[in-house]
Design a binder for this molecule. Structure first.
Ligand SMILES: [Zn+2]
Length: 165
């Protein structure tokens, strides 16, 4: 890899350590040409297997592009999308798999997107899960509503559901 400062094609590893619970290795490198130091991070490569059977490297920007359309007109910032993509990657990497179906990437998107924006979530889910009828929307909405109620209850009074005994 090239030195990011002087583009010298060689560098020397001066330190290696585990990072992120052992799922990555950080290497401190020094350029023999200009003497400056930089850090590289080594992780297992993560392949996404498309429906055609072809694998391609996991890419956060693909996740962001996939979600961006569903977020049109919603109060969702680029930072929100970047955070979502990071969460998706962390979820997938935590599973320990080196290969993952494109379908599972979609599944990993649903939960953080629901937290981010419910309308965007419904849009994404309707395409991703191929909603075919109003009932599919109604089901998804009633699940969202139920979850919101459970959360509201939990926020209101912890212990209200405790038995009087
Ligand atoms: Zn250099």
């Amino acid at each position: 890899m090239y030195c990011p400062f002087c583009r010298n094609p060689d560098s020397r590893v001066v330190d290696s350590r585990m990072a992120d619970d052992g799922s990555a290795i950080r290497r401190r490198r020094q350029c023999p040409e200009c003497g400056r130091r930089f850090t590289t991070v080594e992780t297992t490569s993560l392949s996404v297997i498309k429906r055609s059977g072809v694998g391609e490297p996991f890419s956060r920007s693909k996740v962001i592009n996939g979600v961006r359309k569903a977020c049109q007109g919603r109060p969702v910032t680029e930072d929100d999308l970047a955070m979502l993509a990071q969460e998706v990657e962390e979820t997938i990497r935590a599973s320990g798999a080196a290969e993952i179906d494109a379908h599972e990437v979609g599944l990993a998107i649903l939960s953080p997107l629901q937290k981010l924006d419910e309308v965007a979530y419904l849009r994404f889910a309707s395409v991703y899960q191929a909603f075919e009828s109003l009932e599919d929307f109604e089901t998804a909405i009633s699940i969202l509503r139920h979850e919101a109620e459970v959360e509201a209850k939990a926020a209101k009074g912890q212990g209200s559901e405790k038995s009087p005994l």
